[in-house]
Design a binder for this molecule. Structure first.
Ligand code: IVH
Length: 710
């Protein structure tokens, strides 16, 4: 054998610059394995075996290799997984398919209704089985994992369902999130959805560590999971044990199965974790049986669940069922009953809401219920207080379920102090001193349950509440402008109405002191706020309408109005024309499917108030309101108003309505001058006659199917 000098140096000792491509590949593979082992010991087992300096040296070498051979810097590389804190918050990700939430059922009857609704919608005879997948409802937070060619490329939070936050780096630290899916039936693109959660034991350990370090405790595992996932420093997320159950999907280039159950099986074959307690049920009864078993056994599970989710198993049926507003028709969450606890009413305060409603709130001796500490519970209104006869000093039963506001269920009369007096609602607004009155409903002639402050915009509570709503996430969504800032701007007289927000930057020159010198503000934060405000000078019509805070007009109704009128100008003109509550403009308003006379009344009341019109006009000078374009604008039905009448044979009426809406049409309940098509099934009645009289195009069912491309 020749001397040592002829032996090649071990690859690990070669400088990066001297590595051949093959050597680099091998070195990269070895280093990755080594670093991953160290990561595990450090973050998971909390028992590192190398010094920070040694670890850093390995990591630096890996970075150097990747710099020379960039192809090696795959998403799986540790350099991409555990990084430093990205600067300034998370990036935004628009979900290619919205992340829906679920409708809730509380009683078994609600669940049976759900099944019956589905049968009706699909036109299923009673002897056709309706297979259901029942899954534990994990109390965590949902996340979407995007895989391209089997590689994990992006992860996002749910956010508002349309836009979430980019938490890719943090999700990479979860053991349950595979960097690669394995199997030959993994679609080219698939976005896996599921729940990130923390186990109870890990939650307890985390809180013990928090307490030890003098840091605030998390209220429940769900909050702990959310707090851990939304860490800007990936290393912190990595140090907290988070898990992931896969239970749904979003965008998918193809689907390897035709039932939900078979999809779950694919998920687990691909290396994802699915919940082992989920069951394929032949019918709704079997699903309810699983609910009863889980309700009895939930306390013994390693993680918290707050109900059972039922899903229609057949994917073609899911497709047909579609979704309403924000939840699918093919699934429902059956919630477990709320936990109850006894505590003491230490005070009854009055809160004044955005619309001026006075709401009595019980201040409670803090008590743990449903996983959080509860210190307040709404008492709704004076009738409700009287009905339950809640008095200061009473012992009460309080309950809380999921995200629902805590409620006082009942008074424990046996424990009432002898001197407790019935509660009397104040006749004046505690904020502005204006009279607080119960209006008489003009239609029913009955007294409204709510007592309202008559102070309108002079009432600080209402103005601040209106402004808070105005800038909230689903409205103008102005980052950096929360309740605290609004309160202080309002108090300083800088912002009294929505339009003032858009003058903040301009008014800055005269403001004394300028924003950057106010407490809590600096040069950078002030500039950021002005930029965030400027970013909203273009706004979608539906957000604009929602932001106005019209009574009963939530997001769904705002969207209806936006799609029906298209532009702010048309909306305002129509509201003025409809003010008298009769005539064509009024008929059009109430003909919008989903807007009945009560809602129409609230909308018209709003637009009849001169000060509201002034607010809208002032705003319109500041912002450009975008025209609302119906979805699927390319479909021949986009923007058309369709009325169905008679019996259809190819599909049920609700299904026809859902189809039409999915193609961008508006479905109205009655024929008006704005109707584009009347679809006449068998035995069509008066609507057909009305259509003929109004000269509206009448389609046969076959013609409708052709037009809808079905
Ligand atoms: S399915 C379109 N399945 O519950 C289907 N959700 O209340 C969307 N959740 O946002 C969800 N466990 O965060 C589904 N097995 C499960 C679930 C589940 C927990 C959460 C999820 C969702 C929320 C709706």
């Amino acid at each position: 054998m020749s001397g040592q000098a002829d032996e090649p140096l071990p690859v690990a000792a070669l400088p990066v610059a001297a590595l051949s491509e093959a050597q680099a590949q091998a070195a990269h593979r070895d280093l990755t394995a080594l670093i991953e082992a160290h990561n595990r010991r450090y973050y998971v087992e909390d028992a590192p075996i190398v010094s920070d300096a040694e670890y850093d040296a390995l990591f630096r070498r890996l970075v150097e290799i990747e710099r020379r051979f960039p192809a090696l810097a795959t998403p799986e590389s540790p350099t991409q997984r555990v990084g430093g804190a990205p600067g300034g918050g998370f990036g935004k990700i628009t979900h290619s398919r919205p992340m829906l939430s679920l409708d809730n059922a509380f009683a078994e009857g609600d669940v049976l209704d759900f099944a019956a609704r589905i049968r009706r919608f699909l036109g299923l005879a009673l002897d056709v089985p309706l297979a259901i997948v029942a899954e534990p409802k994990i109390d965590g937070l949902s996340a979407a994992l995007r895989y391209e060619k089997g590689h994990f490329v992006q992860g996002a939070t749910r956010g508002d369902g349309r836009v979430g936050e980019d938490i890719t780096a943090n999700l990479r630290t979860l053991d349950d999130v595979p960097m690669r899916l394995k199997g030959d039936d993994v679609p080219e693109v698939i976005e896996i959805r599921g729940e990130v959660y923390m186990r109870r034991d890990e939650f307890a350990l985390l809180n013990a560590a928090q307490a030890e370090a003098g840091k605030p405790l998390f209220a429940n595992p769900r909050n702990a999971a959310a707090g851990s996932l939304r860490q800007l420093d990936t290393a912190v997320t990595a140090g907290r044990k988070l898990h992931f159950f896969a239970y749904a999907w979003g965008e998918a280039s193809s689907l390897p199965a035709d039932t939900h159950w078979a999809m779950l099986a694919c998920f687990s074959r691909w290396g994802l974790v699915t919940n082992p307690l989920s069951e394929a049920c032949p019918g709704i009864e079997a699903a309810l049986a699983l609910y009863r078993r889980l309700a009895a056994g939930r306390a013994g599970l390693a993680y918290e669940i707050d109900g059972v989710v039922y899903k229609v198993d057949r994917l073609d049926w899911q497709e047909r069922l579609g979704h309403v507003s924000r939840s699918p028709r093919w699934a429902i969450a059956h919630k477990f009953p709320a936990e109850q606890v006894e505590t003491l009413v230490e005070g009854i305060d009055i809160q004044v809401g955005r619309t001026g409603t006075l709401t009595p709130v019980a201040r409670l001796r803090p008590a743990r219920v449903g996983g959080v500490v509860v210190a307040n519970a709404t008492l709704h209104n004076e009738d409700e207080i009287a009905r339950k006869d809640v008095r200061l000093g009473d012992s009460v039963l309080v309950q809380r379920a999921g995200d629902v506001i805590p409620q006082v269920v009942a008074v424990i009369l046996a424990k009432r102090p002898p001197d407790a007096r019935p509660f009397v609602m104040p006749a004046r607004c505690p904020i502005c001193g204006s009279h607080a009155v119960r209006e008489v409903n003009p239609k029913t002639g009955k007294m409204e349950v709510a007592r309202r402050c008559t102070g309108g915009l002079i009432c600080a509570a209402q103005a601040v509440e209106r402004l808070r709503h105005f800038v909230s996430r689903d409205a103008f969504d102005i980052e950096g402008l929360g309740e605290k800032q609004i309160r202080s701007f309002f108090a300083a007289g800088l912002v009294r109405g929505p339009a003032d927000i858009f003058h903040l930057a301009a008014g800055e020159r005269q403001a004394e002191p300028p924003l950057r010198e106010r407490e809590g503000w600096g040069e950078v934060s002030a500039r950021k706020l002005f930029a965030a405000i400027d970013a909203r000078r273009r706004i979608a019509l539906e957000r604009f309408i929602y932001a106005l805070g019209i009574r009963h007009v939530g997001q769904a109704n705002a969207r209806l109005l936006a799609l029906s009128y298209g532009t702010l100008e048309r909306l305002l003109a129509a509201m003025a024309d409809a003010a008298g509550r009769e005539g064509a403009a009024y008929d059009e308003l109430v003909a919008i499917d989903g807007i009945g006379p009560v809602l129409a009344g609230a909308i018209l009341d709003f637009f009849a108030e001169p000060h509201n019109l002034a607010v809208v006009a002032a705003l319109a000078r500041e912002v450009t309101v975008e025209e609302a374009v119906p979805p699927a604008a390319s479909s021949p039905l986009a923007g058309k108003v369709v009325v169905f009448t008679g019996t259809l044979t190819a599909m049920t009426r609700p299904e026809a309505k859902a189809r039409a809406e999915a193609l961008g049409a508006k479905v109205a309940g009655s024929v008006s001058a704005r109707t584009d098509y009347v679809v006449a099934g068998a035995d069509a009645g008066s609507k057909l006659a009305k259509a003929a009289a109004a000269g509206v195009t009448v389609l046969s069912e076959a013609e409708w199917l052709a037009l809808a491309g079905l």
